[in-house]
Structures are given as C-alpha cells and as structure tokens.
Design a protein around this ligand. Structure first.
Ligand code: KIV
Ligand code: ZN
Length: 515
C-alpha cells in the first residue's frame, strides 16, 4: 500500500508552554526547537507572537535558527496579531501563520459576543491579512469539537476560498470520543467544497484521556496533519503526545495508510530535554518515553523476552532512542574523549569556554562518582547552558550541618555580579536552610512554586537532578541543577532559576516596563 505523508505539527513551544509553570526562556526554546528539527518535525509552532515581546523574540530567533522545519506563529483572527506573527516568522526559510477564531455556539455567544455571520467574515478577513505575509496559512475553528457541523462546513468553505492551506479541527476542551471525532472529520472532508485542496488537521486535548485515540481515529478518517506535543504537555490535561502518535502510526503500519518523516531515535532525547527544561517529570509508566516503558518485571515476561523479544515487545527500545546505561567515561578520560562523547550524544556547546567549564565539572564529578553514564553527561552540560553574562549569581561555597535534634545550619558564599557575599541561615532541613541563606543575599522575594529531586541513575552515588520553579512579577522560571550532593544540586538549581529571573527582569527593565 503506498503511504501518504502525515504532517507532524509540534506545539510544545506554544500549547505545551501553556501548561502552568512550564514557561521557557528564549534560549531554552531554541534548544527545544533544534531538537525538534533534528527529530525531523515538519512544523514547529514556536509561540504566539502577540502574547508578549518575549514570545515575539523567541519566534523570531527560532525562525532564524531553524532551516529544516516550517516555523509557525499562532495568531487570533485580528489584524494586529497577524501582523506580529508575520513579522516574527519573516526570517524563516519556511514560515506559517496559524490563525484561529471560535466557532461553537457557547464561545461565539458568551466569549466573542459575535454572530455566526460576523465570525465567518472575521475569519475570511484574517486569512487575507495572513496571506500578505505567507502563502502557508492555517485556519483553526476553536472548539470545533462542540461546534455545529453545518457551521463548520460553512466557515471552512469560506476560508479555503480565501486561501487557507491547512484546516484544523480542534477538540479544544477534550470533549469528543474517537468514533464521533472521526465521523466529524469524515463528514467535513466529504461535504466541504475543495476539501481535497487542503490538508486536514487535528488538535486534541486530553481532558478525558482520549487525545491520542481521537487524533488517530481522525487520521483513519482522512486527516493528514496531527498537532501534538512532546510528553503530551499542554493546556490543562495536555495535548496528544507526539511520541505516541508517531510510534502508533509506525508500529501499526498495517492499519494506518500514512507515514511520518520523524527520526524516532531522537524521541527519548526530546522527551528528556522538555521534561528537564519545564520541570514536568515523565511518569515511569508513560508510553514510549517512561522509564519503565520497556522494562519487564514479571518472570514470565522476562523469560519470554529473553527467548524471543517480540513475545512481549511491540517496539524496540533503541528505535525510540533508549540507550543502555553505558559506562562512557572515567576519571582518566581526556578533553577530546569527553568532547567526542558529547558530539555522539548530539550535545553541542556553543563555545570553548562552555566546553572547558563542562569538562572541569566532569573531572570533579569523576573524582566522586567512578561510573559516569550518558545521563550524567546530559545533566552536567545542561548546567552549562546559562551563559556567563546571564550568571549574575554564582555559587562559590556551600556548607551545611545537620544533626539529630538540631536545626540544620547553612553557610553560603555567592559571587553576585563580581562581588562575594556570605550568609548563614537555619531551616527545617538542609535544603531549606541553604535556600534561606541564598535568599538572604539575593533578596529576590520570588515565590517558590515547585521543588523536585530526581535520581539521574541508580546507586546512592547517583547525581540528584533538582528542579526549582520560581515566580515573580507574573514571570515563572524553572531552574535546574545536578550534583551527587543534593544540597549542592539544590543550591545550583535555585541559583539557575534566580539567574533566569534576573535576565528576564533585565530585559523588561531595558524595555522600560514598570515592574
Ligand atoms: O485548543 C485549541 O483550540 C488551540 C487552538 C488555538 C488551535 O490550541
Ligand atoms: Zn490547544
């Protein structure tokens, strides 16, 4: 059977970023976009240009950096939103504007306060504005999952006539079930004039846990673009998970008449990157990318897999990028071996300075932990991603005493913009005391929204990877830190978050915003 192409439209950087607390800095978004490009995603929805100057700049930077995927910006059906999107994607080799307006009775009446006729007129105008910037225009009927089919046919016919090239049918509130959603798609393709001139797209939310099933059912009914996110991140319960869509289509090639161009061996790396940057952990039993997705616990299963892998495995772990915990380097490895291993892992450090700093940390780590795995290297280099000019606060020294029946006491010395400052504090635990000491120097007043610790590998000498989420003045940032000493990992993670807050606040100060 000859296969049609299924467009993979990744919206991790837009809908995914709408998950509470999952906001990413521009540099982090560029890292994710590069990984998506490496994975050969067709379209990267890089953000919502009119949402904020930061979103605009991130989309523009991604449009400049990415060459092998289309870069897209979301826009409401308004002239200003579309102009901002058009400007933001201008540097892209291939750029798309994705404009939307709500079409369900409840949204039109209660939210937009517009009549159906006005909504159709506005949608048609929006396509016209968007086409001044690019021919690649996508239209979404927000809340299509609760819209009337006759009205959807009417608005889609009008926007196709106006020049939309992709028609997206979002189940915005995750209300549909697979048979119903597939039937909507089938009827739209059958009834809308010129439906064969456009790509039909799905965008499903996971409120009832059906986002992937609904998307796949619609693919069987004729949809040829799926909008999805890494790890299923997204507004509320999230979006359809990219890794599940891609692997379902590939594993059940006997059922799906489509294929993607995704390099599936990049999936696990993408999942880990997004999880680390957003501070959203991946549940161990998550399909495809969960730590247990390929682990067999029961004796019967283990025996079967050892005799013949396919008795209990429908996919190969290495096909989605799982590597065995490999002992990769030791304390005698040199800078070249270190650098080569990073290249093999697809990690690029953009300066010699960053490489030297990462190598110094590797040597330090190798002194304390004799087995160093790929996961350790990933954690180690991700600490080097903050560029020196962004590192307003640096950890110089940290000491903590903790004994039964006594309050833990912490002492820290920070380098703050070139000047060393020392503070002491006590707290409910060693991490609490350390954070209080840091805060007494930084005086950030930021609210701690999340603190989480994860062991990167096994063993009591494993590095702990810490995520700290801070909020201040409406901004939310995630900091990461890794070390075999979890108090130090925690301090690094807290300082990483403070540095991000500081650099976003600097930008706002430069733009003259009153914070
Ligand atoms: O869920 C939704 O309807 C959306 C649209 C903007 C496509 O995210
Ligand atoms: Zn959505």
């Amino acid at each position: 059977m000859s296969k049609q192409h299924l467009v993979i439209f990744d919206t991790t950087l837009r809908d995914g970023e709408q998950s509470p607390g999952a906001s990413m800095t521009r540099e982090e978004k560029i890292r994710v976009a590069r990984q998506l490009e490496k994975m050969r995603v067709d379209v990267i929805e890089a953000g919502f240009a009119a949402a904020s100057p930061g979103d605009f700049e991130s989309i523009q930077a991604i449009a400049q950096a990415i060459k092998d995927s289309t870069v897209c910006s979301l826009a409401r059906a308004s002239e200003n939103d579309i102009a901002r999107s058009g400007e933001a994607i201008r540097p892209a080799k291939s750029g798309r504007i994705h404009t939307f307006i709500a079409t369900s009775p409840i949204h039109m009446e209660k939210k937009l306060r517009m009549s159906p006729d006005q909504v159709v007129e506005q949608a048609v105008r929006a396509i016209g504005w968007a086409r001044q910037y690019t021919d690649d225009v996508e239209f979404s009927a927000e809340d299509a999952g609760r819209s009337e089919i006759d009205f959807l046919c009417r608005i889609f016919e009008a926007v196709i006539k106006a020049g939309a090239k992709t028609i997206n049918v979002p189940d915005t509130v995750g209300y549909n079930i697979p048979s119903q959603y597939a039937e909507t798609m089938r009827q739209l393709i059958e009834r809308v004039p010129n439906s064969d001139k456009v790509v039909w797209s799905v965008h499903c939310h996971n409120d009832l846990g059906l986002a992937v099933s609904n998307s796949l059912a619609a693919v069987l009914a004729g949809a040829r673009q799926v909008e999805c996110t890494i790890n299923g991140l997204g507004e509320r319960a999230g979006n359809a998970a990219l890794e599940e869509i891609v692997m379902a289509v590939r594993t059940r090639a006997d059922v799906f008449p489509v294929e993607t161009r995704i390099d599936t061996t990049q999936i696990v790396a993408a999942s880990k990157l997004v999880s680390q940057i957003t501070g959203y952990p991946v549940q161990p039993n998550k399909a495809v990318v969960g730590a247990n997705a390929f682990a067999h616990e029961s004796g019967i299963h283990q025996d079967g897999v050892l005799k013949h892998r396919e008795t209990y495995e429908i996919m190969r772990a290495q096909d989605v990028g799982w590597t065995q915990n490999k002992l990769v380097l030791g304390k005698h490895s040199g800078r070249n071996a270190f650098k080569s291993r990073l290249v093999e892992l697809g990690i690029e450090l953009d300066s010699d300075e960053a490489l030297n700093a990462a190598f110094a940390r590797f040597k330090e780590l190798a002194d304390r932990k004799h087995e160093i795995f790929d996961e350790d290297l990933h954690a180690l280099v991700s600490d080097e991603v903050v560029t020196p000019e962004q590192e307003h606060y640096k950890l110089v020294y940290s000491r903590v005493t903790s004994e039964t029946g006594e309050m833990p006491q912490a002492t820290v010395i920070l380098n703050v913009g070139g000047v060393e400052q020392k503070a002491e504090a006590s707290g409910g635990g060693p991490v609490d005391a350390t954070f209080k000491a840091i805060e007494s120097i930084a005086g950030s007043g930021a609210e701690l929204l999340l603190y989480s610790v994860n062991a990167i590998t096994t063993g009591t000498d494993a590095q702990g990877e810490v995520t700290t989420r801070l909020a201040k003045g409406g901004r939310i940032v995630n900091g990461n830190g890794a070390d075999t000493d979890i108090v130090i990992a925690s301090a690094r993670s807290y300082l990483n978050a403070l540095n991000k807050l500081e650099s976003t606040l600097d930008k706002v100060r430069a733009q003259g915003d009153d914070i």
